[in-house]
Write a protein that binds this ligand. Sequence first.
Ligand code: HEC
Ligand code: HEC
Ligand code: HEC
Ligand code: HEC
Ligand code: HEC
Length: 205
Amino acid sequence: MKHGVSAFLVAIAVGGVASILLPFLVSGYVDGNRQSASPSYVTSGKCSASQMSFLAGAKEYFGIYPASVRQPIAFPHKIHVKNGMPCETCHAGVDEGQQAAIPGAAVCMTCHQVIATNKPEIKKLASYYRKGEEVPWRRVYWFYPSAHVDFWHGPHIRAGVECQSCHGDMRKETVAVRKAGLNMGFCVNCHRSRHVSTDCTTCHY
Ligand code: HEC
Ligand code: HEC
Ligand code: HEC
Ligand code: HEC
Ligand code: HEC
């Protein structure tokens, strides 16, 4: 259950927090970088100076998370979900392990080679793809490493907890916005009511 711990400690040992921001490319999918020390969801390995700023440090100290981030492409969740795509088509593996993957550009292009190719946002997508780059999506949901929270999707999805309980109704969203404050009370309240363990080590490492 504690795979994340060693990865985190190794990353710190190797070269500080910046080294955690590496791309995770797994068979066409880009894994979310769970232990990202920056407020961004960086899948491309790029990290701008502002993301590691003093302000970011202050936000971490006070446990403040931004509600929304500016994404490189205005990805409309509602259009895709309305067209009948289950969340798991894109967020593969969410029911199995720790993370929900973010689809790589190649996955998007299976449709967008032919669909809506003249739209500006699709041209941006195609341009990343042509250059062999991933879309540098920025992360919306994450925890500061100092909170030492070890969250796993798998057990929740398998126990029938809906995405909506923690992420709001994504069928109505364009890009994701941090709707629910995923603070300790939020987690513990549900665990208590569902008779799930509330030992500190269930969630913390
Ligand atoms: C299964 C097919 C499919 C996949 C996979 C897919 N899309 Fe789409 N996408 C669509 C359809 C259908 C539309 C609606 C097109 C329309 O309204 O003309 C759409 C619309 C869009 C739009 C809005 C275009 C506009 O301005 O009207 C964007 C942006 C977009 N997709 C991005 C993406 C991205 C990024 C991915 C990968 C994460 C992706 N799509 C994966 C089918 C798909
Ligand atoms: C019990 C609450 C909960 C439920 C239910 C849940 N999530 Fe999450 N999700 C989170 C938390 C917490 C994070 C941030 C995890 C982290 O940074 O360690 C997250 C992160 C994500 C991410 C970013 C990548 C990652 O895995 O870190 C995606 C994508 C995502 N969730 C999609 C989904 C989808 C799709 C579903 C439903 C199939 C779902 N989630 C259900 C709490 C939840
Ligand atoms: C066509 C592919 C596609 C489908 C279908 C899809 N998503 Fe996403 N999802 C994305 C992309 C691309 C992003 C990154 C942009 C963003 O943050 O909105 C994303 C981001 C997210 C995030 C924020 C991840 C983070 O950075 O923390 C959550 C939560 C999420 N999706 C939940 C869902 C849920 C719930 C569903 C089903 C109702 C769903 N998604 C369906 C492609 C998809
Ligand atoms: C809406 C209810 C709900 C919320 C909110 C929720 N959980 Fe859970 N959690 C569950 C359920 C149900 C299980 C599954 C227990 C099982 O497998 O029997 C679970 C299991 C877990 C497990 C695995 C426990 C084990 O013994 O295997 C961890 C770790 C966990 N949750 C952490 C969190 C964290 C961290 C948060 C807040 C970000 C959170 N949960 C929010 C309902 C919830
Ligand atoms: C069900 C999951 C869960 C359980 C059980 C849990 N916590 Fe937490 N805890 C969290 C989450 C989520 C946060 C918020 C992280 C954030 O928002 O940065 C948190 C935050 C904290 C923080 C503040 C850390 C910081 O600086 O952000 C402390 C201290 C803490 N927990 C201690 C405990 C102790 C002690 C216990 C046992 C009595 C415990 N937790 C049990 C999920 C849990």
